[in-house]
Design a protein around this ligand. Structure first.
Ligand code: FAD
Length: 488
């Protein structure tokens, strides 16, 4: 039987990001993807938010995405654009880029890494024992892995086979999304009514119209047809604009659910397999990519034997609350999209509030992902928050903090007296960098914080320890996150 250390079911954005993280950590990883190749039919998600651009920047690949997309202030709440151009980040914006392009760029990136990808390969289930997982495929073959990660989307076979509960809220409405041609020129832009939101946009080729229309009743399970789309358009616009030549028709709902556990033994969930929600606010893809970046290095350390299996539990502990908050946020956003006169009055009030400085920053912090705070205990405000991409000065010249993270290895960044730290017992795992930084310490939403003298940065870019003129707690933090010290 073929063996891999980690098998990932599903090669969407989450699965590909996780594969990259594991490959960077030198883990033997394979992706099983149902589609015949990476090509995604239809445009699907419209982009990513700031923290996701940052995590791609941490791996040195953000420019590939920025080159093909358009930066914009696209985070919104009710009718207010949450301008985050004053946020202290190199990427104080969202990036408009269709998901099929994102996946093409990601597929090209992981092709440069030692990732084994099996296309046209559907996972049907698994059996786990104390030592590993047998992953079953639709062609009757199976693969053996130490760990299996379900990145297989909202209808996840892995989640179901693991018998992980998926509590939440049933759908109250459905939308059709499609790419079609029209005989008549449709009105462009977004429209709201009592049923929800509708939008018509001409795509880059000048011919194809991307249609999003809320259905009058929740549509049935199964593939929607051109006729369904026509009826939904007529109900809203009084005409279907002569739609024809569909290249993609799909249906999504406001069903909102989250896996009760992100781990069952040697099986883990990430991305849409762990949480589904209405796409208001456009956070789904970003959440999945960040799940992958949180899980990847932890799983690599467990597989490589540097950390105990209990490290994997911090994945659920950290990421479950982040998605839970995003789910509630999208439910609020979705409620504000239904516009009878009473809701419109509420939208007006909320929009006015969202334009004020403090609420703007708070809401933009949530949507951008820049305010994420993992609960790593009491201490300096940096603890558990993202490390800013500071411009450092080192003996080898200028260096950005994110450049230190390209290889997905942790860093002890000493900003005090050079040579003050000796981390020999972790030297095989943790980079030790002496550097100078004299600029401000400014965090999104929080504002200015006091300058630390040293920080430990995890491979996902979050701060695991802050030194303020003392090394108190450093050895414990290194042990907790990167395993026990090596014997002398
Ligand atoms: C209309 C719309 C607009 C959206 N807009 C945004 C947006 O602007 N921003 C944003 O962040 N998100 C947006 N989203 C959400 C986003 O598309 C998803 O959150 C994202 O695709 C999740 O990625 P994933 O890799 O976790 O899952 P998926 O993209 O669903 O990938 C799962 C992969 O697993 C494969 N697979 C499934 N089952 C199996 C199996 N049994 N065996 C092998 N392979 C399997 C599938 O083929 C697929 O490639 C939008 C979604 C919709 C529908």
């Amino acid at each position: 039987m073929t063996e891999h250390a980690v098998v990932i079911a599903g090669g969407g954005p989450t699965g590909m990001m996780l594969a990259a993280e594991l490959a960077l950590a030198k883990v033997d990883v394979a992706v099983l993807e149902r589609r015949p190749d990476h090509v995604l039919v239809g445009s699907r998600a419209g982009g990513v938010h700031s923290r996701t651009i940052e995590v791609l920047d941490q791996r040195g690949v953000a420019d590939r995405f920025l080159a093909e997309g358009q930066v914009a202030q696209a985070a919104m709440f009710a009718t207010t654009v949450l301008d985050m151009s004053d946020f202290p980040t190199r990427h104080p914006y969202s990036l408009g880029i269709w998901q099929n392009r994102i996946e093409r760029i990601m597929a090209a990136w992981i092709a440069e890494l030692p990732v084994r990808i099996y296309y046209g390969c559907e996972v049907t289930g698994f059996v786990q024992d104390g030592a590993g997982v047998d992953v079953e495929r639709s062609d009757g073959h199976s693969l053996r892995a130490s760990y299996l990660v379900g990145c297989d989307g909202g209808r996840s076979v892995i989640r179901k086979a693991a018998a992980i509960d998926f509590p939440g809220w049933d759908p109250t409405r459905s939308n059709l999304i499609a790419e079609v041609e029209t005989t008549d020129e449709p009105p462009k832009g977004i429209r709201h009514d009592a049923s929800g939101v509708h939008a018509l946009h001409t795509m880059e080729d000048g011919r194809t119209v991307r249609v999003i229309v809320t259905e009058q009743q929740i549509g049935p399970a199964g593939e929607p047809t051109l006729r369904d789309l026509s009826e939904a358009l007529v109900a809203v616009y009084g005409t279907d604009f002569g739609i024809h030549n569909p290249t993609w028709i799909s249906r999504f709902t406001d069903m909102t659910r989250q896996a009760a556990a992100y781990r069952a033994g040697r099986v883990l969930l990430a991305g849409d397999s762990a949480h589904v929600h209405y796409p208001a606010g456009g956070q789904g893809l970003s959440l999945g990519v960040q799940d992958a970046v949180n899980l990847g290095w932890k799983l690599a350390q467990v597989v490589n034997g540097t950390s105990p299996e209990s490290l994997l539990d911090t994945y659920h502990d950290e990421r479950h609350p982040v998605a839970a908050r995003a789910l509630r946020h999208t439910m609020a956003q979705a409620a504000l999209q239904r516009r009878d006169e009473r809701i419109q009055a509420l939208v007006d009030v909320v929009s006015e509030l969202a334009a004020m400085d403090e609420p703007r920053k708070r809401l933009a912090g949530i949507i951008s992902g820049l305010d994420i705070h993992y609960d790593l205990g009491e201490g300096h405000p940096l603890l558990g928050r993202r490390m800013p991409d500071l411009d450092l000065v080192t003996v080898d010249g200028p260096l950005r903090v994110f450049e230190l993270l390209h290889g997905a290895k942790p860093v002890l960044l000493n900003l005090g007296a050079p040579g003050a730290f000796d981390i020999t017992p972790w030297a095989d795992r943790v980079q030790m960098i002496d550097a100078e930084y004299g600029g401000p310490w400014d965090l999104p939403v929080l504002g200015a914080v006091s300058a630390p003298t040293a920080v430990v940065i995890r491979p996902d870019g979050y701060v695991a320890w802050v030194g303020e003129r003392t090394q108190l707690g450093l050895a414990e933090a290194l042990t907790t996150w990167f395993g026990p010290p090596a014997a002398p």
